[in-house]
Every structure is written in structure tokens, then in C-alpha cells.
Design a protein around this ligand. Structure first.
Ligand code: NAG
Ligand code: NAG
Ligand code: NAG
Length: 406
């Protein structure tokens, strides 16, 4: 169809414009990249310079530089990157001999997904969390879907495990069928392929509560060897009578390496054999009370407390170093770190001790001076009094003598 655009003058103008604009286009940023292509690392990757065959010789640039990784250019203008590694990623542009941009593409390299390593955590009877990790880095973003069912079940009836936004784990609520062996399945998909990993899990073998919380150690008024320990069950554990927990308590005087142990199903207990006058470290862990095939939780964070002491019997000036006070026949072995922590406390004690000593000395000398002065004054006063009395006696005796008839 003949029209204004097909006239030779117009064609010449268009050709001239595109020729003069081409170099500035080539210097533009990433926004000129028109496509995204994925390639396998450690293999040959082919990038095409446009859909239709191009006769003229072409020039390829990577990130606007003419330096390219190991490559070949075929007769139709395609670029073959040989044995690619990660440094071959970037924005590729293909120009004709006049510098006109023909095609641009961003290349990302990686591997298709391989098998995943999967682990599941069961912090309570009503919740399972399964996480996974690539056994080898794919260098590419992946999408995950997860589901679970029993081995003999039709796969259509498997239930989904809801994958978290991070794509690294999924959660199952109320799994049910406790004694059944479950099969858990995760499929990873990325731009280069997909792969499915299956694993068998027995939920009850994995049941491991979170550690107990808010462990508190309290004194018992009037008892120098008792301590009361309180804690809360893990907040992830259902607060229902149907799922009782058993608790394992361990305690020791700080600095000792020997734990004493107690068990209970309550949320508190009393220690009757604490070492008087010592700070004790107490930790608690939990396990399902009914199924002994399940696992103990990790230990709670340690709580500390010291038994009650009779304040009235304590003499405030008697500062004793903690090392001296430890009956060594009771705790013969100290591990190195514990000894060093004990030692690191000593300077503080020594400082306090010497300051106290100086104050005592000063007080003592003041008292001595005051006493001396007071006793001197007293002695002088007594002497004076005696002298006065002697004078009086002399006078009276003289008066008596005068009144005596001679
Ligand atoms: C990549 O291309 C080179 C040269 O064409 C060839 O020798 C080599 O076998 C190719 N490698 C692979 C993995 O295809
Ligand atoms: C090209 O740029 C990309 C970022 O857009 C960068 O990751 C890559 O390393 C660059 N490649 C080279 C060879 O400079
Ligand atoms: C999954 O990964 C394994 C190990 O890399 C591989 O042998 C297998 O072919 C992959 N499966 C699929 C469907 O790609």
C-alpha cells in the first residue's frame, strides 16, 4: 500500500534517525533489557540475536563492555557461552555493524533443583513444622509445595502442608493418626526444572516439647537448705489435661560440676538438700508424660537462687571469699572455666575487704583517742576531788583542834 511512510524520503529519514540514535541507546541502563534467560552453570549456553536470521556480522556486549567470557559467535549471530560459570551472568546486548541494538537479554545461571534435606520438628501433639534445605545451592529462586499423607493412601487425598512465605518450612496443624507412618513430600521448582523429595516420618518419635519457661527459684523463710522452683510449661504446648507433661529438674551450687536431679508432673517443687549459703543454678526440661518414646525438650535457660539465711546471725564485718567457704571435700573437682569464674570475682571481694579494713582502722583510732582523752580528764578530775577533800579534812581537823580545851 503506497502511503506517506513508504516514500523514499521518509525511509531515508527513519534510517538516519535510527543510525544517529543508536550509540546513545547502547549506553542506556538496564531498562533496555527486553528478556530474561536462564542457563545451566558449567554447560554451553546459547543466546540468540533476535528471532529472524541476521545476515550482517553482529557485535555482542556484556554489561556494555565488549569483554566477554569464553564464547563463540555462530554465523546467524547467536552467542554460545562455553562452560559457563557465575561470572558469565549479566546483561547481554547484540548490535549490528552500525551499532544498532538488535536484541538484549539478562542471563541468570544456576542448576535445576536436586534432592532436599528435610527435617521435622514436633513441639506438641497438635503441631508439626517441617523445614528443608537444598543439598546443593541452585543459585536460582525456587518455589516449594509440600504435602503429607500415609503410605497406603491415594496421593490425591494427601493433605497440603502450608508453606511459609520464606519458602523454607511448612506447618501442619492437628496431624492425627499418631501411630501411622506418615510420608512427607516437598517439590522444588525453579526456572530450570523441578524435583520432589519424599521422607517418612513418625510424628510421635519426633515429639519434643519446647523447653519450660519462666523458671524462678525462691527461698523458703526459715529454712537454710530449701529452695522452691516454679516454672511454666512451654507456651507451644496445649494447655489441656489430655496432654500431661513430666518435668526433669536439675540443680547444683554454682561452681560445682555435680547436678542433683528430681522429677515431677507439677509446675513447681521444693528442693530440700540445697547447700546453705550458696547460690544454686536450676534448669528444667519437659517430656510427654505418657509416651516414653518421645523426646525430652532442651533444658530451660538457667535460673539462680540462694537459700534463706538468718540475717541476725550474720556479722556484717565478716566478709568471706567464696573459695574459702566451699567445703572442698564435698566438691573435689572443679572444671577449669568454673575456677576461673570464681577467681574473676575475687578482686571485687578483696577491694571491698580492704576498704572495710581502712574504715575499721580509722574508727578504731578515733575511739582510742576519745577514750584516752576521756580517761585523762577523768583521772585529773578524780585527783582534784581528792585534793579538795584532803583540804576540807585538814580544815575540820584544825577547827576541831582549836575548839578542844587546852
Ligand atoms: C560446549 O561446546 C564446545 C565447543 O563447541 C564442545 O566442545 C563441548 O563439548 C560443549 N560442551 C558441552 C557440555 O556441551
Ligand atoms: C554484569 O552485571 C551484573 C549485575 O547486573 C553482575 O552481577 C555481573 O557480575 C556483571 N558481569 C560482569 C562480567 O561484569
Ligand atoms: C532430582 O535430583 C536428583 C539428584 O540430583 C536427580 O538424579 C533426579 O533426576 C532429579 N529428578 C528430576 C525429576 O529432575
Amino acid at each position: 500500500m503506497p502511503g506517506p511512510w513508504s516514500s523514499p524520503v521518509c525511509l531515508t529519514v527513519i534510517w538516519f534517525l535510527s543510525w544517529s540514535l543508536a550509540p546513545s541507546c547502547a549506553q542506556n541502563g538496564n531498562d533496555e533489557v527486553s528478556g530474561l534467560q536462564y542457563g545451566h552453570l558449567k554447560s554451553n549456553v546459547t543466546l540468540e540475536c533476535g528471532k529472524s536470521p541476521i545476515r550482517t556480522p553482529v557485535v555482542w556486549h556484556l554489561n556494555h563492555s565488549s569483554e566477554l567470557p569464553w564464547h563463540q559467535v555462530t554465523s546467524d549471530g547467536s552467542l554460545i557461552l562455553l562452560q559457563t560459570d557465575l561470572s558469565a551472568q549479566g546483561d547481554y546486548s547484540c548490535y549490528d555493524h552500525q551499532g544498532l541494538l538488535l536484541h538484549s537479554v539478562r542471563l541468570r545461571l544456576g542448576y535445576p533443583p536436586g534432592p532436599l534435606s528435610i527435617s521435622c520438628r514436633v513441639p506438641s501433639h497438635v503441631h508439626v513444622r517441617c523445614s528443608w534445605a537444598d543439598s546443593a545451592d541452585t543459585y536460582l529462586p525456587g518455589k516449594y509445595t509440600a504435602s503429607y499423607g500415609s503410605k497406603n493412601q491415594d496421593e490425591d487425598r494427601w493433605r497440603p502442608c502450608v508453606v511459609d512465605a520464606s519458602g523454607k518450612h511448612c506447618d501442619i496443624d492437628l496431624p492425627g493418626y499418631w501411630e501411622v507412618l506418615h510420608v512427607f513430600r516437598v517439590t522444588e521448582t525453579n526456572a530450570l526444572g523441578s524435583n520432589t523429595t519424599l521422607t517418612s516420618i513418625k510424628f510421635n518419635n519426633l515429639l519434643k516439647p519446647d523447653p519450660p519457661e519462666s523458671v524462678v527459684v525462691k527461698t523458703v523463710e526459715g529454712h537454710s537448705t530449701r529452695l522452691q522452683v516454679y516454672w511454666s510449661p512451654p507456651s507451644s504446648w496445649p494447655q489441656a489435661i489430655a496432654f500431661p507433661l513430666t518435668f526433669h529438674i536439675r540443680y547444683k551450687p554454682q561452681g560445682s560440676s555435680y547436678w542433683s536431679e528430681l522429677f515431677t508432673e507439677d509446675n513447681m517443687l521444693t528442693i530440700y538438700d540445697a547447700l546453705a549459703g550458696h547460690v544454686h543454678q536450676v534448669e528444667v526440661r519437659a517430656r510427654d508424660a505418657i509416651d516414653e518414646g518421645t523426646q525430652w525438650s532442651d533444658w530451660s535457660s538457667p535460673a539462680f537462687g540462694q537459700p534463706w539465711e538468718d540475717e541476725s546471725r550474720l556479722e556484717p564485718t565478716e566478709e568471706v571469699l567464696p573459695e574459702d567457704v566451699f567445703p572442698s571435700e564435698m566438691f573435689p573437682i572443679f572444671t577449669k572455666p568454673e575456677t576461673s569464674t570464681a577467681r574473676s570475682h575475687n578482686p571485687a571481694y578483696e577491694d571491698e575487704g580492704s576498704v572495710g579494713l581502712v574504715i575499721l582502722l580509722v574508727l578504731f583510732s578515733v575511739v582510742v583517742i576519745v577514750c584516752t582523752v576521756v580517761s585523762l580528764v577523768f583521772v585529773m578530775w578524780v585527783k582534784q576531788r581528792r585534793r579538795n577533800q584532803a583540804n576540807k579534812q585538814e580544815l575540820t581537823s584544825m577547827v576541831k583542834m582549836k575548839s578542844m580545851p587546852i
